[in-house]
Ligand binder design. Structure first.
Ligand code: NAD
Length: 550
């Protein structure tokens, strides 16, 4: 295939968010799809080389808010299936890695249109039921953010390709952005369907082939996402879906000589373990694998004594409790000045008391359940610890109940110890801890914000005083890769706030920007000389008058 034009990709725009208000046709359609999915119990295969593969080893996909309700029985793979997927990826690579960029782009642009239209309800409903997201949370994730990744990444790819070297007279220098030689291992977390969409499709767009292991708690949405890729025209073997336990699938994939890259999002300990496995396998690899990982966070909101209390309270409630606090960007530690605390405390108690929680199919709920029994235990333990400690009190919430689903009340803890465990550890649930600082100790507080946790993902400063904003921006330069001023620290939008953090939060390769895509290519410099020299001698070597006699 050859291209006889320099094509321009369609200008991307962020997908508009449906609001699912009562009486709207979109609400009715989504509710119908939810009902269908609740009523059926499907069997889900692995998809390797475009073929459905069953293993007979089944794991149930349940609804976190109704834990006995089985949505699907999902076939689980083993090391042998990873090998099949690696082989399928290699055979697809021979062709896909040579497709013209615009042909690859059409697959993703078509996926975006299908998801904006006929697939929207399916991916949203699967995300709602399987991951316990409300309609709004599913819409901004599974539909809008996935669509944005597909559309914007096409544009980012063209920007990378357009980056070319200069050429001196008589030659033409070019850079070709080759796909990596080997497969990319994509490992996705449970909490964002769009992350799974991006971890797989961004390397694929750049011409790579993928072995994909989704989270065991997001298997239903992963299945429909795979079907969407297939319907969009992704050739067989470009993305290979292998369900299974993390270590079983991970160790097999990370031991393959053909591993060219890891595209991971999940917790810091799992990423550290993968990095160690890669290091111990170094002699086997044909290439040094690209290791890209976005990991945990202990995201903060720090309020200056000049902050607007209403804006602050709203940011805490939305930033800490939307999707049950299970966003890597969710605020989980708050630094409140003593002058504002009485008012803030009251607002939090009032607002949190009005939060509705329950089955996400009931659209009146603001929150669903946490993802599984392990997370439920983590939250319950932290709450009990706070209740028992002389250093902390429960401001609001503190209840939990897993009789039907894994429900944890939105909980605000107040601590008098800035190093209290829940100020440091990622809990990944609807529990936020507040430390009230002496309003005269702004500088010391910024120091605490920076030093308390090992992470560096997101954070927000609230202040009406410009100097304090500048101060925080400067002193917290490395404390957050996504820094917000008078806004909650969640809700990054593709193309608007490229996402990621450093320190223990990952490699900060900024999903939703061209900087992520650059990791999935291995540039080749090509120099072509039009009239090459035909003698090895340089002019300076010719004899001149001054050389006589020497
Ligand atoms: P997790 O680390 O438990 O799992 C992530 C993925 O890794 C899953 O697919 C899991 O099956 C897999 N896995 C587990 N052990 C493995 C192994 N030994 N080898 C290979 N793969 C293995 O994380 P989670 O609970 O799904 O997601 C929550 C975490 O993700 C939180 O820590 C959150 O902060 C983080 N997160 C970060 C970002 C970000 O952009 N920084 C975004 C979303 C989530």
């Amino acid at each position: 295939m050859s291209t006889h034009a320099i094509f321009r990709a369609p200008t991307p725009r962020n997908e508009p968010i449906n609001d699912y208000a009562p009486g709207s046709s979109e609400r009715e359609r989504l509710q119908r799809r939810i009902q269908q999915m609740r009523d059926e119990r499907i069997e889900i295969p692995l998809v390797i080389g475009g073929k459905d593969v069953t293993t007979g080893e089944l794991k149930q996909a349940v609804m976190p808010h109704d834990k006995e309700h089985v949505l699907a029985d999902v076939h689980q793979g083993s090391a042998a299936h990873v090998q099949m997927a690696v082989d399928a990826a290699a055979s697809a690579w021979a062709d896909w890695s040579r497709w013209p960029w615009e042909e690859r782009a059409t697959v993703l642009l078509r996926a975006a249109e299908l998801l904006a239209g006929p697939w929207r309800d399916t991916l949203n409903a699967a995300t709602m039921l399987g991951q316990s997201k409300t309609a709004h949370q599913a819409e901004i994730d599974a539909a809008c953010e996935s669509i944005d990744f597909f559309r914007f990444n096409v544009e980012f790819m063209t920007r990378i390709y357009a980056e070319q070297p200069i050429s001196s007279p008589g030659m033409w220098n070019r850079i070709e952005y080759r796909p990596l030689e080997g497969f990319v291992f994509a490992v996705s977390p449970f909490n964002f369907t769009a992350i799974a969409a991006n971890l797989t499709s961004s390397p694929a767009l750049m011409g790579n082939t993928i072995v994909w292991k989704p989270a065991g708690t997001a298997m239903l949405s992963a299945y429909y996402l795979m079907r969407l890729f297939q319907e969009a025209g992704l050739p067989d073997g470009v993305i290979n879906l292998v369900y299974g336990s993390g270590p079983a699938i991970g160790d097999a994939a990370l031991g393959s000589p053909h591993l060219a890259g890891i595209h991971f999002t999940g917790s810091t300990p799992v990423f550290n373990g993968m990095w160690r496995t890669v290091a111990s396998n170094m002699e086997r690899f044909r290439n040094y694998p690209r290791i890209v990982g976005e990991t945990g966070g202990k995201d903060f909101i720090v309020a200056h004594p000049s902050a607007d209390v209403d804006a602050l309270a709203t940011a805490i409630v939305r930033g800490s409790f939307e999707y049950q606090g299970q966003k890597c960007s969710a605020s989980s530690r708050v630094y409140a000045p003593s002058n504002l605390w009485p008012a803030l405390r009251e607002r939090l108690q009032e607002q949190v008391a009005t939060i509705t929680m329950g089955d996400v199919s009931d659209f009146r709920n603001f929150m669903g359940a946490v993802i599984d029994s392990a997370s439920f235990r983590t939250q319950a333990d932290a709450i009990e610890e706070a209740k028992a400690s002389s250093q902390s009190d429960i401001v609001v919430g503190g209840g939990y109940d897993d009789s039907r689903g894994y429900f944890v009340e939105p909980t605000v803890i107040e601590t008098r110890d800035p190093g209290f465990r829940t100020m440091r550890d990622e809990l990944f649930g609807p529990v936020v801890t507040t430390y009230v600082y002496d309003e005269n100790k702004w500088d010391d507080t910024l120091e605490l914000v920076d030093k308390t946790a090992p992470y560096g993902l997101t954070g927000a400063v609230f202040s009406e005083d410009r100097a304090a904003v500048t101060d925080a921006q400067e002193k917290l330069r490395y404390t957050a890769g996504n820094f917000y001023v008078n806004d909650k620290p969640t809700g990054a939008v593709v193309g608007q706030q490229p996402f990621g953090g450093a320190r223990a939060s990952g490699t900060n390769d900024k999903a939703g920007s061209m900087w992520n895509l650059i990791r999935w290519v291995s540039p080749r410099s090509i120099k072509e000389t039009f009239t090459p020299p035909t003698s090895y001698r340089y002019p300076f070597m010719d004899a001149g008058a001054d050389d006589a006699g020497t």
